[in-house]
Design a protein around this ligand. Sequence first.
Ligand SMILES: O=C[C@H](O)COP(=O)(O)O
Length: 324
Amino acid sequence: MGRNNPGCNILDPGLLENAVVNLSAVNEQATKLVNSRCLKNEFEAAWLLKAITCIDLTTLAGDDTSSNVTRLCRKAARPLPEDLLNYLGFEYDADCPIRTAAVCVYPSKVEAAVATLHMLGLSDKINVASVATGFPCGQTPLFTRLEEIKWAVKQGAKEIDIVIDRSLVLTGQWERLYNEIKEMRDACGDAHMKAILAAGELTNLSNVYKASTIAMMAGADFIKTSTGKESINATIPIGIVMCRAIADYYKKTNFKVGLKPAGGIKTSNDAINWLVMIKEILGDAWLTPELFRIGASGLLSDLEHRLYQIVTEKIGEPYEFSMG
Ligand SMILES: O=C[C@H](O)COP(=O)(O)O
């Protein structure tokens, strides 16, 4: 990962001047993006492999145990069956680029993830990301939210996915939102910080733009759409607005902040839609795990099925695939 976002020393209202969002234009752009492509198989396979390398492979369930986190890490290390990977021209050797970017877990499971990736010799290739700050709601006192970040970093998390306090957006307390996120940034130390906006709970796209910009001004390295627990998660219109906020922030500060859509991204088609959006709005420079992640618990198996279908020209039987 590159250097952390230095953010802005104060909340700069000038950066919020593009916060008026034309809803019908955004919806029109979203429709065009999802209908605009027709990929040949070999290009589709390349996009799908790219998607794998951008996944934060996630388990955030109440019944998570150390052993399912260990299994998740093994899947992150070898996301495809070996024969399928070989067909696609890669091998699971030390230089194999086909791994997920990170695993994403609750703070109490960071230790198990760090130990497994260390045992696999992949600590420097796959990061451990931890959610924090009272995920998914962020409704605990700031003091405990900050302590939770510090604890997760101490356990070995290299990336921290914080959630913002949505009530500060809904009541227009922008300065306080900025100050809270800035404190969270400081608590992360050297770890990268992804700010989860829970965009589906922010009422409108103008609030999504403002919250995105304030998170970046406060030092977020990534802005992330959702926790995966809201009723509206990562939608294409939300993604478009967040990409525009990232592009505007880059124009004004020359710093590239990443985007992490998360929540409900389950199919190969979904993954390609997001990759195409990044390419069209932010450009190729963002098409890298340094600047683009997909947070997903269930996407990988569909990518595997689709790649199998492309390679063999048949739909695989369920028994031909691993159990996730
Ligand atoms: O941060 C990642 C999300 O919680 C994953 O959501 P998902 O389970 O809908 O893929």
